[in-house]
Design a protein around this ligand. Sequence first.
Ligand SMILES: C[S@@+](CC[C@H](N)C(=O)[O-])C[C@H]1O[C@@H](n2cnc3c(N)ncnc32)[C@H](O)[C@@H]1O
Length: 347
Amino acid sequence: MQITIFTLFPHWFDGPLGESVIDRARQKGILSLKSVNFRDYATDKHNSVDGPPYGGGGGMVLRPEPICAALDEHAGKRGDADRAHVIYLSPKGRRFDQRMAIELAQRPRLALVCGHYEALDQRVIDSRVDEEVSLGDFVMTGGEIAAMAIVDAVARMIPGTLGNDSSALTDSFMNGLLEGPHFTRPEVFEGAAIPPVLTSGNHAAVATWREEQSLAITRERRPELYDGLALEPETIRRLARRARPFAVFRRRNDALEVLFASAAIRRLPDWQERLLSQRSKAGLPGTGWRWVEFTDLQSGDEIADRRILAREAEASARQESSPRPFWLYLRESLRAQGINPTLDCAE
Ligand SMILES: C[S@@+](CC[C@H](N)C(=O)[O-])C[C@H]1O[C@@H](n2cnc3c(N)ncnc32)[C@H](O)[C@@H]1O
């Protein structure tokens, strides 16, 4: 893969991208990195690359001619078969994430344009840029640090860059989850012992422990990722079998109903009244249904809402020309996962 960085500060890249894993990828010929100083393409006698903004206001704007000339020469022109995919680093762009790193790693050529000062003349973006990419909701002085972060994350996703490609598969975000904790020698450090399962020699138990840790840390720190998880049916089945108390509620015409409650809840005396009074206190916004997990049913603390089965049920409903009531699809979905709804709610 070839990445060309367009910048006013080409030497900034020498250090960070000339060490460790990225340097090894360059040595192996997996990654070719080049930086182009677009000041070299300035056309006036002062080598100027910026100018004051039309319409007034503070800051300077990068002029279009030097960057466009540099891009045409090093990234290719529109219509060229081997033209690079041109990215302008900008706080207004699509937020960079692991999925984008994987996507970009499939491309043979990338061009990263680093802005500086107040802005880049909009005509460069309109005529030469394929997409704008942001590192996050904050503003940096220039696009260089964003470009370095992107090169690093993309390069790791090119097969052969990492010593062991499969090690990246369990990294955070690769399967939509955060990764759980790791431990190495010594077994006891400052009185803290490692979790015993890790020395049990039972690979299946270790894998289950890791999966549970990963789900737990994601649920705690990134509930929005956890809610959007598309878990494998087998994982859902395993989660449902555990003793975790969860229930599915629905609000209809201001009345609250329990559609389904896990075995951990159904074992409690008066579980229906208990659940309904909990939810009446906490409220259930809007209409529709909610999957609620409880850390402790006595206190009513919720873990999270789950919408996994709803998505399946919605997908089934969409496939039918005259859809039946949504609840029926949800019940089918629950049954298909090996969960038997205890309450049938006739519409
Ligand atoms: C000072 S910033 C300009 C910010 C611009 N006036 C705005 O408000 O959107 C200068 C350059 O830094 C880069 N930059 C700043 N923040 C960035 C971010 N979050 N992601 C990617 N690039 C960023 C862009 O290339 C930008 O042109």
